[in-house]
Design a protein around this ligand. Structure first.
Ligand SMILES: NC(=O)c1ccc[n+]([C@@H]2O[C@H](COP(=O)([O-])OP(=O)(O)OC[C@H]3O[C@@H](n4cnc5c(N)ncnc54)[C@H](O)[C@@H]3O)[C@@H](O)[C@H]2O)c1
Ligand SMILES: CC(C)(O)[C@@H](O)C(=O)O
Ligand SMILES: [Mg+2]
Ligand SMILES: [Mg+2]
Length: 346
């Protein structure tokens, strides 16, 4: 463990230097990690764990698209790929990577197989924190831990294959064996984390739901739509509106922010741009602060969880979701994006 100063605040974090892969393998050498669910996080975590030398099996609904995907990723039926019931039976660490709404329906199946000394693992504090809505209450004699990669399962796998790691938070909710803490860290290293920072289940879910509804996804998509609309309504072409709103953001400026911070990105743009951005930044902050506070309140009150569960448990919801995504894909903005992406290689 290392104490690192983050902008003036000391935090204890774990990196692969302090907790190398060999140590993680030693901690988990007698464990069978059953990754339940093979959607987005499932493949990323299961494949990274497998390639890192851990004993991993996958549990998935048979004859689903994800079952076929698991087979094409090299998981073998009857050897490393099982039904959810059988994988949970065989696993000593049950990694619950079903969708958050799906976890409710499958919970009785998992609970029955969580015998004393096993570990229940999550990548989100959702099920435990919102137990009034999910009824997920683990038996007292199992360890309950969390490792939440801060990014898509796709990125977790891509970064791993490129020799890097995605930062993750980790938490222990219940330590029945006295070893939950080291197991959580070992799992975090095993799934391919960059550095690990500690949290608790409640803070993880509150921050995660806020982040994805806010700057990371919801606010980003909303502000892009708004600016594109303004430029189009003021007579600019799709190319001009898209390049000034999205293409430059993703291809030029945000990578600069990632490399060296916001001020460095500013410093690498014209003085004209810097003056304007500095003058307008505050207005955007003040305009969005009330919305972000409203969002946090909605998360903290359980309203967001309730809606996620209610929508996610509605039959046919996946189709509705796909229709909403198709509406975005088919909009002028994002159709322009598709054309612009094709032109990148020209
Ligand atoms: N998607 C991400 O990149 C990401 C990132 C960090 C954390 N997480 C967390 O990881 C967990 C898994 O998320 P995900 O996005 O990979 O899930 P997902 O939506 O891709 O679904 C995962 C699997 O759940 C299965 N499933 C859903 N409902 C089911 C049911 N009723 N019965 C049986 N199987 C069912 C699906 O077949 C799928 O294989 C969640 O807790 C999520 O919040 C996800
Ligand atoms: C990848 C995200 C947005 O960070 C994750 O939180 C999710 O729910 O998929
Ligand atoms: Mg999330
Ligand atoms: Mg997240």
């Amino acid at each position: 463990m290392a104490t690192i100063n983050f902008g003036g605040v000391d935090e204890t974090v774990i990196t692969r230097d302090e907790f190398p892969l060999a140590q993680a393998r030693e901690v988990l050498k007698d464990e069978v990690i059953a990754v339940i669910g093979y959607g987005v996080q499932g493949p990323g975590q299961a494949l990274n764990l497998r390639d890192n030398g851990f004993n991993v099996i996958v549990g998935q609904r048979k004859d689903s698209a994800s079952w076929e995907k698991a087979k094409s990723d090299g998981w073998v039926e009857g050897e490393t790929l099982f039904t959810i019931e059988e994988a949970a039976e065989r696993g000593t660490i049950i990694a619950n990577l079903l969708s958050d709404a799906g976890q409710i329906a499958v919970w009785p199946t998992l609970k029955e197989r969580l015998t004393a000394g096993k570990t229940l693992y999550f990548s989100h504090g959702f099920g435990i924190t919102f137990k009034e809505h999910t009824s997920i209450v683990p038996p007292a004699d199992v360890d309950v831990v969390l490792v939440a990669p801060k990014g898509s399962g796709t990125s977790l796998r891509r970064l791993f294959l490129a020799g890097g790691g995605l930062n993750s938070s980790f938490a222990v909710y219940q330590d029945a064996t006295g070893k939950a803490y080291e197991k959580a860290i070992a799992l975090g290293i095993g799934v391919g984390s960059g550095y690990l920072f500690e949290t608790d289940f409640r803070k993880e879910v509150f921050s995660d739901l806020t982040g994805e509804r806010g700057v990371l996804m919801g606010a980003l998509a909303g502000i892009i739509e708004a600016q594109y609309q303004v430029l189009r309504q003021r007579g600019h072409s799709p190319s001009e509106a898209f390049n000034e709103t999205v293409e430059e953001l993703t291809q030029s400026l945000v990578p600069l922010v990632g490399e060296n911070g916001m001020d460095w990105m500013f410093a690498n743009c014209s003085v004209t741009a810097q003056r304007g951005a500095l003058d307008w930044k505050g207005k955007f902050r003040e305009a969005t602060l009330p919305v972000l506070n409203e969002l946090y309140d909605s998360v903290a009150s359980g309203k967001e969880a309730e809606r996620t569960i209610q929508r996610g448990s509605t039959p046919g919801y996946r189709k509705e979701l796909e229709a909403e995504l198709a509406e975005i894909r088919e909009s002028e903005l994002w159709k322009t994006g598709a054309t612009v992406r094709q032109l990148r290689s020209k």
